[in-house]
Design a protein around this ligand. Structure first.
Ligand code: C2E
Ligand code: MG
Ligand code: MG
Length: 606
């Protein structure tokens, strides 16, 4: 009879009533119960651990037979429960997985080969593989000392997608979905790397004209929608190898792979064409045009920064020419545009830094031989470049819209200064058409007058004919208002514009200033004399003062005096001068002896 094991003995004792005569048997039974329950607890715990693992796990022995696996493992690879039984061979499980086509394409074959290799060489393995279901699995294969191995299988789909999304975010513009600056740089750098094999390529810099006002007036939602639609339109005209990116704001860039200047120009024309059609936002129709600058590699730039800089300069030139312009980079652009850019940059600071000054040029009354007043002429005292003439920076300030603020400052400064002068002297301030259109000119003039205490009749503003070229009824209305308030209005540079005579009918000017060019032509052109004389006559008939500008010689002064001009202004009489010099001159003229310029002028006239 075989020896009875403890369990049998316990079982035997269990079937009877508790043996009171056998203390050791009870002891044994208790020990066994404890051991059993421990084992059970351990198994339960093990299972619990196994089944509650966040990932699938399978354990094999040295013969490649399954020792255990959890449900997650079976689920991930959609394996039937039968295969999860102890003893199933690794090979069978692999075959089932491949047959079930759970691995994507060729990935499956590679996976099987890799795993079998790891088993036979007894080495660890790890990696990511994709399943047909779209799941992404991270697997580890770890050999164990007993010759078997354990493998873990973790579903990292969410993490993976998140990472992919993060990567996408890092390289794309969230508004338009286009590649962003970072990705654009990568692609252009790659194009530079392969320039030998890929041939030349071009970059295009794009900038929407008129985007800002749309954004400002119709709101950011419309602005965003416009940018999205615009991005879509560019994408449709690109070649398959081209990349378009949003560089920020309303700036876009295109990498035109394998294209020379001619093909880049053709692409630019297609983009311009595509952007021409109006954009419709729920009945709100807006039109934009796009400025495009082209630079070709490697001729216009040896690296990305140089190349983009060149394209940017070309864009800048294109936009300055006209709306919707297209320009390819030329070497001459560098210097001219750099200078202009610097002016723009410095101009922004100039105002805050108080770098502007007014100079004053006296105007001589030819009847009384006394000064009737001064014209205020702005100067920019640049910290490095010295005094800069308004001819150079006023057009830039106009384009930048800075002229409105500068103009307001000029009124305040000029009126305050004139308020210190003798009461019969006027001050004239130049006003550009942009100020008339954009700024609230009436308020600016009136505020400056009020602040200075200057009598309205001592203030004059000079406008040029460009005000009329824009045919703005609103500008004329502003001028009428100012004149009704007692401010004098002068027409400056008369004769340099188109159909100048008709302007005299459009507005009742107080004064006409004939341009210095006619004065200069006096000595050698007969018809210049005729024109100069005619303007004096018109002024007299229409009861307007007439000023001859640019008087440099005594001869010219005599001629305009004879022709009947009421006033003269020019270097002969005095150059524009700083306010301190005006103060000295006026002190001398009014308190003690006559000043040099006045004397000179009187001598010249007499
Ligand atoms: P403008 O109003 O026709 O001013 C006359 C210009 O002729 C001034 O040039 C003056 O310095 C110059 N000039 C005066 N006498 C002579 C002369 O005998 N010979 C020659 N060759 N030139 C003479 P500046 O000061 O360079 O100003 C140029 C233009 O800039 C002005 O032409 C005016 O249109 C504009 N400007 C000046 N100051 C302001 C300002 O505060 N605001 C605005 N919007 N424009 C201004
Ligand atoms: Mg003037
Ligand atoms: Mg003038």
């Amino acid at each position: 009879m075989p020896k009875r094991g403890i369990a049998d003995r316990v079982a035997a004792t269990e079937s009877t009533e508790v043996p009171t005569d056998d203390a050791s048997a009870a002891d044994l039974r208790r020990q066994l119960q404890v051991a059993r329950s421990r084992l059970h607890t351990q198994q339960v715990r093990q299972r619990a651990i196994l089944e509650n693992l966040a990932h699938g796990l399978s354990l094999y022995d040295r013969q490649g037979r399954l020792v255990l696996c959890n449900q997650q493992f079976l689920d991930i690879y959609r394996l039937p429960p039968a295969l999860g039984r102890r003893g199933t061979t690794f090979r069978r499980i692999l075959e089932a997985r491949v047959a079930g086509n759970t691995h994507v394409g060729a990935d499956g074959q590679t996976y099987v080969a890799d795993r079998l290799g790891a088993v036979s060489e007894h080495r660890p393995l790890g990696g990511i593989h994709r399943l047909n279901s779209g799941q992404v699995i991270s697997m580890t294969h770890q050999p164990m000392a007993d010759g078997g191995w354990v493998s873990t299988h973790k579903d990292v789909t969410e993490l993976f997608n998140m990472q992919a999304e993060l990567t996408h975010l890092a390289y794309h513009d969230p508004l338009t979905g286009l590649p962003n600056r970072t990705l654009f740089y990568q692609r252009v750098n790659r194009a530079f790397d392969t320039i030998g094999d890929g041939g030349p390529f071009a970059v295009l810099c794009l900038d929407l004209d008129g985007f800002k006002p749309i954004n400002d007036t119709l709101g950011h939602a419309t602005g965003d929608a416009l940018l999205r639609q615009f991005a879509g339109r560019i994408a449709r005209v690109l070649g398959p190898d081209d990349t378009t990116a949003r560089m920020g704001g309303d700036e876009f860039a295109v990498l035109h792979a394998g294209g020379d200047e001619a093909s880049a120009r053709a692409l630019a024309a297609r983009i311009a064409e595509a952007s021409h059609a109006p954009f419709d936002f729920d009945g709100e129709v807006v039109s934009v045009s796009v400025g495009i600058g082209i630079a070709c590699a490697p001729t216009d730039g040896g690296d990305i920064d140089e190349l983009l800089h060149s394209a940017d300069l070309a864009l800048y030139a294109a936009k300055r020419e006209k709306r919707g312009g297209i320009r390819a980079y030329e070497h001459e652009m560098d210097r001219a545009i750099e200078a202009r850019r610097r002016t723009e940059h410095d101009l922004r600071r100039a105002f805050e830094n108080g770098e502007f000054e007014l100079f004053y040029q006296p105007i001589l009354n030819l009847r009384t031989q006394a000064f009737s007043g001064f014209e205020a002429l702005i100067r920019w005292r640049h910290p490095e470049r010295g005094l800069i003439s308004p001819a150079e920076f006023i057009p830039v300030a106009e384009e930048m819209g800075l002229i409105v603020g500068i103009g307001e400052w000029a009124f305040r400064e000029a009126f305050a200064e004139a308020a210190r002068w003798p009461a019969e002297l006027r001050v004239a301030v130049n006003v550009s058409s942009i100020q008339l259109r954009r700024g609230n000119l009436v308020a600016a003039v009136m505020n400056a007058l009020a602040a200075s205490g200057l009598a309205h009749g001592r203030a004059e503003i000079e406008i040029t004919e460009s005000v009329f070229l824009e045919q703005s009824e609103q500008s004329l209305q502003t001028l009428r208002q100012l004149r009704a308030l007692g401010v004098r209005i002068a027409l400056d540079d008369f004769g340099t514009g188109y159909s100048a005579l008709s302007y005299l009918l459009a507005f009742p000017f107080d004064k006409i200033k004939i341009d210095g060019a006619f004065v200069r032509a006096l000595s050698d052109a007969q018809h210049a004399q005729a024109i100069v004389a005619a303007v004096a006559d018109i002024g007299a008939k229409m009861q307007m003062a007439t000023t001859a500008e640019g008087i440099e010689t005594a001869e010219q002064l005599r001629s305009v005096h004879l022709a009947g001009y009421t006033e003269a202004q020019g270097y002969l009489i005095a150059r524009p001068m700083p306010r301190e010099q005006v103060r000295r001159l006026l002190n001398a003229a009014y308190d003690t002896m006559p000043s040099d310029p006045l004397e000179d002028a009187q001598r010249a006239v007499g």
